[in-house]
Design a protein around this ligand. Sequence first.
Ligand SMILES: [Zn+2]
Length: 411
Amino acid sequence: MYPGREEVGQRSETVRRANLSAIVRELHLRGPLSRSELVARTGLTRSAIRALVGELVAGELVAEEAAVRLGTPGRPSPLVRLVPDGAVVLALEIAIDSLAVAVVGAGGVVHELERVDRPRGHLSLDEVVADLVELAALARSRRPAGEMPIRVAVAVAAIVSRADGLVRFAPNLGWVDVPLGARLAEALALPVPVEVDNESDLGALAEFRRGAARGADDVLYVHGEVGVGGGIIVDGRPLDGIGGYGGEIGHMPVNPDGRSCRCGSTGCWETEVGEGALLTRAGYALDGGREAIDQVLADAAAGRPAALAALDSVGRWLGIGLAGLVNILNPRRVVLGGLFSRIHPFVVDRMDLTLDHYALAAPRRLVSVVPSTLGVDAPLLGAAEMAFEPLLDDPAAWLGPRGALVQLESA
Ligand SMILES: [Zn+2]
């Protein structure tokens, strides 16, 4: 049987959309590229690239700049880049000590970023949503009137059900089964979907695409604060588990004789390496927060034994936990974020020695353990990356018939 004409038409439409996606994704992840580089990276022909880029230019998603000489013979190739205002997303974050919002443009250009301190402790959903809506309005007020984000995404330190934006468990906020996504969508009143995900998963995505794990396809991101979270990327894809709850490495049991954990278990990794463990070992109150951590680091820099011993212990337990994870995952890069990037200089030697001791030699040789380069903003920027995914997957859905950037299909 030969395919009918209609079937061939559908197939070529599918191919066209996939090719537009390949081009937009390359430009988003790598920045401006010449047409020749796009040919090389996508495997498409020169004429196909010309036609598809033309479509994206008409849709004002992409612009072409004057030709650049690349030192190769032949005609110079025009430089193709995403228009940073062509599509924007709104990213939000509920962190342990702060709330944040960013307006991010195509290609990862951060147009606006606001972060405000928030008191630690339990907060109602209403309070958090009201504060986030106010922050979002502030950031958007500095943008061109009428600009509409194509998506909204929220990073939160919690176990999250991504499918419905339900926060299953956020011990720091005191939330159990809280409908964060739905309430935020209602309060923001924007005609676009609102997605919610765990801050460590999003931190991993941001470091993988734009930070310390660029160029590595197998990545473990370890985010430390009061709790310890993890984001795992295997062969370029997030490892979520069947419910999306995977990567909770902070609750990996490491010490059955240890302290009780906020999750109800005993001796979880975070009870040995989290903020509480560092502060109590250094002789500070458990709930001292950021200022107390600053004090521990100042004490360590001044050579005070209690602070040095506390950091040494955290470094050792970091190495022990990482050894197990390196043996299991065989990652190319481990990125230490949050608290762990701040204390990195004080723990790196002990952590490396312990890792050498407990990890298998073969995977140990292949991995580098590095501090985050995006710092505190990694989860927020990861939320922006998640919000861009639908556009990267199918830019044609956003290309209107007259070149206007409109979403044709509701998602
Ligand atoms: Zn636990």
